[in-house]
Design a protein around this ligand. Sequence first.
Ligand SMILES: O=C(O)C1=C[C@@H](OP(=O)(O)O)[C@@H](O)[C@H](O)C1
Ligand SMILES: C=C(OP(=O)(O)O)C(=O)O
Length: 427
Amino acid sequence: MNLVLTPKKLTGTITVPSSKSQGHRELICAALAQGESIVENITASEDIAATCRILRQMGAAIQEIPDGKSNRMKYYVHGGLHKQETPLTVHCGESGSTLRFLIPVGLISGNTVTYIGSGRLAERPLQPYYDVFDKCDVHYERQEKGLPLQVFGGLTPGRYALPGNISSQFFTGLLLALPLIQGDSLLCSTTTLESASYVDMTLACLKKHGIATEKKENGIYFIPGQQHFQAGNYMTEGDYSQAAFWLAAGIIGKKICCQGLQSETCQGDKAIISIIRRMGGSIHTEDSIITTASKLQGMVIDAADCPDLVPILTVLASVSRGITHIIHAGRVRLKECDRLHAMAVELNKLGADVREEPEGLLIRGVDHLRGGRVNAWGDHRIAMSLAIAAQCCNDKVIVEGAECVRKSYPGFWSDYAELGGIIEKEG
Ligand SMILES: O=C(O)C1=C[C@@H](OP(=O)(O)O)[C@@H](O)[C@H](O)C1
Ligand SMILES: C=C(OP(=O)(O)O)C(=O)O
């Protein structure tokens, strides 16, 4: 689907979708518990649907019912994963979280599981798991491209050492499974752990489900074995990575108010607030978060702990004064597309000045963008970023492949229209 966007400053109030990261974790923890849990306020998306589908295949009973507001769901989860009669083939869609969180969980369920996926998922790294599995009682067969990947066997207690500069999702996957094995484990990062706040989010979720872990420092975690996940009632928070699109829209548009975010949070993407503030943007945080039109000043942005903000920060930087240098962003190349390359190519088509570096982006701010035809590269965050960029273009912007927002935010285009965006389908 190609959408034609007519430049228009967005304004209004939006309730942001729920945190996808928290949603995956809550559903998995509920599925690992014995008994009935309720998880409320989850925004339906393709990635969340993938996690639910596979947890059901592994033995959990999950019922979803609309939770009042649009696209919000309440999940009734009867946990207790178990071995099925036949080996499983499970489809992870394009969700890296689903694949990397559920590989260790699949081992706990006792099943032989073949993981498949679509889009770029097969190319996204899994080597840290292979290296770990080579040292314990886990067997795997993989294709050259990574997927399909068959995994079976058992995790053993002990020391797990893996690199922390590829994806924190390997740490989360092991943290979800290791509390359930016979003995204690130590999980150690062999490098500085990047995206560390996502691991903190995992620890917080485990704690809510009655699982004890000890964080010795970022990247070193002690996990006692023989624990039990507790069932209960849980609620997910609003998502700062999604709010970032609207907060940026307020800065380059008129005024936008984001509701549904918690100020006390483990989400590393809350950094959007301090980044906008340090760039000189007008941002007010009370019950809701409000941004108003302001010219930002370029600066150095360290993306190590907030990789998902990079595409929208590139848009903000493109229309800021001076130079913005986004650093420690090499891993952003390993997402649904190479996001550093995609943002440089697509924003430059619109008249921006974005230069790619191996580990980051160098962006020279311009006064206005031109408009034109751009491609979303099948990546939800690229599509949403380009949509926000359209606000400061002189001509229309055509976003090719705009449907990819379904991965995390199916209601994005209707929220865009709700805020005054002018959208037409091409052709
Ligand atoms: O744990 C999570 O929920 C996530 C971790 C991050 O990945 P990396 O750890 O690979 O940076 C992030 O980019 C992804 O969207 C969600
Ligand atoms: C990278 C993302 O998700 P995942 O790794 O789960 O595919 C994302 O949502 O931007």
